[in-house]
Design a protein around this ligand. Sequence first.
Ligand code: ARG
Length: 408
Amino acid sequence: MYGRELKMVKKVVMAYSGGLDTSVAVQWLKNLYDCEVIAMVGDVGQKEDLEPVREKALKTGAEKAYVEDLTEEFVTDYVYPTLKASALYEGKYLLGTAIARPVLAKRLCEIAEKEGADAIAHGCTGKGNDQVRFELTVKSLMPHLKIIAPWREWDLKSREDCIKYAEDNNIPVPVSKDKPFSIDRNLWHSSYEGGVLEDPYFEPEDDMFLMTDSPEKAPDEPCYLELEFEQGIPIKVDGEKFEPVPMLEKLNDIAGKHGIGRIDIVENRLLGMKSRGVYETPGGTLLFTAKNELEYLVLDKDTMHFKETVSQKYAELVYNGLWFTKLKDSLDAFVDETQKNVTGKVKLKLYKGSVQIAGRTSPYSLYNEELATFEEDEVYDQKDAEGFINLFGLSAMNQGIIERKKKN
Ligand code: ARG
């Protein structure tokens, strides 16, 4: 059975990063399956020069290498829906890695289709969430493709094993310095996990962070920033219009200088174990804060409260890799409806790692000063409150009567 399966793979599209393990994986696939390997390097804003990575893929044995700019698609089709949904995993994590996997996996599928490949491969380990996200995307979009996860199959257990395999197979070993933790970076965030961070009591060194300065080093003067949204999507910064990618880059830059957007979390992985992660999402933290403030202004109570439940479910789906599913589409439809009036401006105050709301305004604001005022007004008759409280409190009063009876 296994032998027959092996023979069936003729062409594999592999998610390639240029690191040691994906380089080894290219050769390993060829040795084991005697197949053609096409490398796909996706640019999701990891700020790396990807041309050398293409070269490396070819030198490592890939027949062909694609370098794909996915930045715009990433922001508009993955970041924005997550922002509109206010999806936050376990109350803290803005899902930066979770949303980058489906965009990469979707492009793998597109290339597999174009190339007539019969399998895709990825370099995720068998312990994390990323393997699930890659594979569920492939199962949703191209269910007939075989999926190969070398880390779950080969007997290479460590970096040393990989180096040995590389040397034995004449694969050039990348000279990159080994960091004492694993990094995953894109336009939305940077994540740090593993290695020295596995001890949840260990505080990371400040030089670990790639996108933010420490709050201590941030300017002593606060900075005010005005963000403008249209139907839940950011369109202007301080009155100036921006395209999605440059907008996020600008916000990352400003928030990064003010030390904003770092979190440290012990999270529940899909596969059951807890893991410690340190993430920075500078621009995203500004966007989430501002857009949520606008929602306080324009959403009615019931929609807003129901959306809180939806946000949580949405975050869980995205975290678990269920991006391309019916439930996710259905939640998107609900969220899009809620965003129709999420238009307006928010003024933020950035200061040494914190972001505070300084003001908000919207043409669709439901906030009615006349209704809210403590002063005398014309639109509200205070006498109505008595009848309302009597009926609203009927059940509480009934319970009170019984409890009093029990005591006597
Ligand atoms: N724990 C986070 C998540 O599951 C971050 C994963 C980082 N992945 C990585 N390959 N370094 O979304």
